[in-house]
Ligand binder design. Structure first.
Ligand SMILES: Cc1cc2nc3c(=O)[nH]c(=O)nc-3n(C[C@H](O)[C@H](O)[C@H](O)COP(=O)(O)OP(=O)(O)OC[C@H]3O[C@@H](n4cnc5c(N)ncnc54)[C@H](O)[C@@H]3O)c2cc1C
Length: 470
């Protein structure tokens, strides 16, 4: 359908004020937190499930791509309209519909910010546990789309463990409900299939979430190391000792310097790495656990372990971790966030490989990651105006993911596949695996209108990474 006609028809359905289509609008909705860019044909701002259903039905009838968008903070190009079409920006659907303490559930619209629910739950002494570092602005729709993780997901599990039901608009505009407030529902687990589907199968218009009482006590510690590998070794030693802290997060020296220059979290500038350890749970026994962790840190050559003495000190340590991506952005104009996962015991080996690969391509890297989950985030620094540097960044990023896979890990811990990691899907999945996934996608979206061109690669996209010419 011709673009002007599409805009006019959508204005009739949604009202002029809810359709954006100026050149500036198209530019603004043509990117997210990845490196990918491409303009949509127009943007629609629905206010209800009915609106979403009407727009999706219109798109389906005319074969127009529909891309659901929360805050656009995903790091893999999931919201970039690479084939044009309609961006469905859900920001007006931002109400917390229900907080049901008796059943430990909350029901939200998709554009509620992750932190906004936590703030609302605070007064009941409750919490929603998954905590992407972007939680101030990331939405539950986006968390659902990416199956987001976060520091506390080591102990509590990622988004899929906390979404128990959803209202979904299917590719023809039909509205269905999957799961519900109960823990186990009969029939196929469609909620499980849809979480992490990156908007390629259906659009969530309501989410039923699991909420929990806040832990009685919290203890946060910072372990300081002269070697990044020793910090990595401590992580697997703690877990193999049978202790599961709420978080185990590592920041390397480049990240520490960037954080101190912006957030001033109190990390020592000369440390090779800091490991943030947080325990939560019952007050009884927590000190004993903390002492045991300190012993393990000492066995792994820790320089010093400091415990936060007040809520203000704890908040300061976390401000550094949560502000780390933003802080690193000050070092160079751009960075690529790699997101690979390895078995915890392989952390020291793969971290060494990350350093070798980036050195080979003559690139700087800062590491900040969910170490407890074995989820690495090398941030490769560059300037996108330098084409050769950009080429080397892509090669290095792909090689790092291959190193993760070779170590028994995988190509994404939490940031999804989107466009950026489609070809790396072939590092972990066979043609048959991908064909099976395509059949699932077709069952939900036979005409390929829901965020097309994402996640599942075309067979020719799986060409092996080119070797370095250095
Ligand atoms: C500084 C920074 C720190 C980050 N830290 C973390 C972290 O610790 N952990 C982590 O996991 N991620 C992290 N991220 C990535 C990102 O914030 C998360 O993926 C987040 O969940 C995306 O939310 P969003 O609202 O921005 O979603 P968007 O980027 O708008 O969308 C993400 C995907 O979900 C789909 N989608 C959006 N809404 C819906 C819906 N209603 N129904 C179906 N599909 C939908 C989109 O089509 C897209 O494919 C970080 C990003 C930044 C920039």
């Amino acid at each position: 359908m011709e673009r002007q006609k599409m805009v006019e028809e959508l204005e009739k359905i949604m009202g002029k004020e809810n359709v954006l289509a100026t050149e500036t609008d198209l530019l603004l909705y043509g990117y997210d937190a990845s490196l990918v860019k491409s303009k949509p044909d127009c943007i629609v701002l629905p206010g209800s499930t009915e609106d979403v259903s009407k727009v999706v039905n219109f798109a389906h009838q005319h074969g127009i791509p529909v891309i659901a968008r929360g805050s656009g903070t995903n790091l893999s190009g999931g919201t970039v309209p690479t084939r044009g079409g309609i961006v469905l920006h859900l920001s007006r659907m931002n109400r917390i519909l229900e907080i049901d303490i008796e059943n430990q559930r909350a029901v939200v619209e998709p554009a509620v910010f992750t932190l906004a629910l936590k703030t609302a739950l605070g007064r009941y002494g409750y919490i929603y546990q998954p905590d992407p570092a972007s939680e101030k602005v990331s939405t539950f729709g986006g968390n659902f789309g990416e199956n987001s993780g976060g520091p506390h997901c080591l102990k509590y599990g990622v988004t899929t463990n906390h979404v128990v039901g959803a209202e979904i608009v299917l590719s023809d505009g039909e509205v269905i409900n999957v799961g519900g407030k109960a823990l186990d529902n009969p029939g196929y687990d469609l909620t499980g299939v849809l979480v992490g589907s990156e908007g390629t199968m259906g659009i969530a218009t309501k989410l039923v979430l699991r909420i929990m009482p806040k832990p009685e006590a919290i203890k946060t510690m910072m372990a300081i190391y002269n070697s990044l590998e020793d910090a990595g070794r401590t992580v697997s030693a703690i877990i193999s000792d049978g202790i599961v802290p709420a978080t185990l997060e590592i920041l390397d020296n480049n990240t520490i310097k960037a954080v101190e220059a912006s957030v001033k979290a109190g990390y020592p500038l000369d440390a090779a790495a800091v490991l943030l350890i947080e325990l939560d749970g019952m007050k009884d026994g927590m000190e004993r656990l903390a002492e045991r962790i300190m012993e393990i840190c000492k066995k792994n050559n820790v320089r010093e372990v400091k415990a936060a003495q007040s809520e203000a000190e704890r908040a300061q340590l976390w401000a550094g971790r949560r502000g780390a991506f933003g802080a690193v952005a000050r070092l160079r104009p751009n960075y690529l966030v790699c997101d690979g996962t390895v078995p915890r015991t392989k952390l020291p080996e793969v971290l060494r490989k990350v350093m070798e690969i980036t050195k080979k391509y003559n690139l700087d890297v800062a590491n900040v990651f969910h170490a407890g989950d074995g989820n690495l985030h090398p941030l490769i620094l560059f300037d996108e105006r330098n084409e050769d540097e950009l080429r080397r960044v892509h090669l290095a990023g792909s090689e790092i993911l291959k190193a993760c896979v070779d170590a028994g890990g995988t190509i994404s811990g939490e940031h999804g596949i989107g466009v950026e990691k489609m070809k790396e899907m072939c590092f972990v999945f066979s043609d048959r695996d991908i064909t099976a996934m395509k059949k699932v996608k077709r069952a939900f979206d036979p005409d390929d209108v829901m965020n097309p061109g994402k996640v599942l690669p075309a067979p020719e996209a799986c060409a092996p990474a080119q070797p370095a010419k250095h």
